[in-house]
Design a protein around this ligand. Structure first.
Ligand code: HEM
Length: 165
């Protein structure tokens, strides 16, 4: 997935990514930008992933226990807990960025759980673009940083989709 096709709602059709795709420079850009993302109210900033997702794909709300019946806002404790869990996945991925191969089974298992949540594979591309939107909203990323995150998300979604297939 390239930086050009990470605008929310776009779809590249490219869904493969491997740990070896990331250069040392990519890893540095991801680590430094993630440290910046974690400054301030990270839950409020991460929540924008889902505000954007539900704007672009309102039907996806039906899948989420916290969104089906209630307002998707920071008043909703379940929603906040979900945002924290998803950000924790990225926390692990960034922490393990130098040995991503070791994390692939964990991502595969996470994907398999998403099969039980009834998540169609097409949503990974959409969610990826919404994650990039939320990061960029806070970080105003340059093109190289966007590209690095695009590669990293490519690894995450490729492995999750294998488990989810
Ligand atoms: C990078 C991609 C994704 C990551 C890192 C991620 C992460 C997570 C995590 C950590 C959970 C908590 C439960 C668990 O660990 O099994 C979860 C639950 C869930 N995810 Fe994802 N997810 C991703 C993609 C998606 C997509 C594309 C959808 C569909 C729109 C989705 C829908 C759900 C649903 C429906 C749940 C259950 C929520 C509930 O309990 O109400 N996820 N996700």
């Amino acid at each position: 997935m390239s930086a050009d096709n990470m605008g929310c709602g776009s779809s590249s059709g490219v869904s493969t990514g491997m740990p070896a795709d990331l250069t040392e420079k990519d890893k540095e850009l991801v680590k430094s930008s993630w440290a910046k993302f974690n400054e301030g109210d990270v839950i409020a900033d991460g929540a924008h992933i889902y505000y954007k997702l539900f704007e672009k794909a309102p039907e996806a709300k039906e899948k989420f226990g916290f969104a089906k019946d209630g307002e998707v806002s920071l008043e909703n404790k379940q929603f906040k807990a979900h945002v924290r869990k998803v950000l924790d996945v990225f926390e692990s991925v960034v922490r393990e960025i130098d040995q991503l191969e070791g994390l692939l089974p964990v991502l595969n298992d996470l994907g398999a759980r998403h099969k039980s949540y009834g998540v169609p594979l097409k949503y990974y591309e959409i969610l990826g673009s919404c994650i990039m939107y939320a990061w960029d909203r806070k970080l105003k990323m340059d093109a190289d940083t966007k590209k690095a995150w695009g590669k990293l998300y490519g690894v995450v979604q490729t492995e999750m989709k294998k488990g989810n297939a």
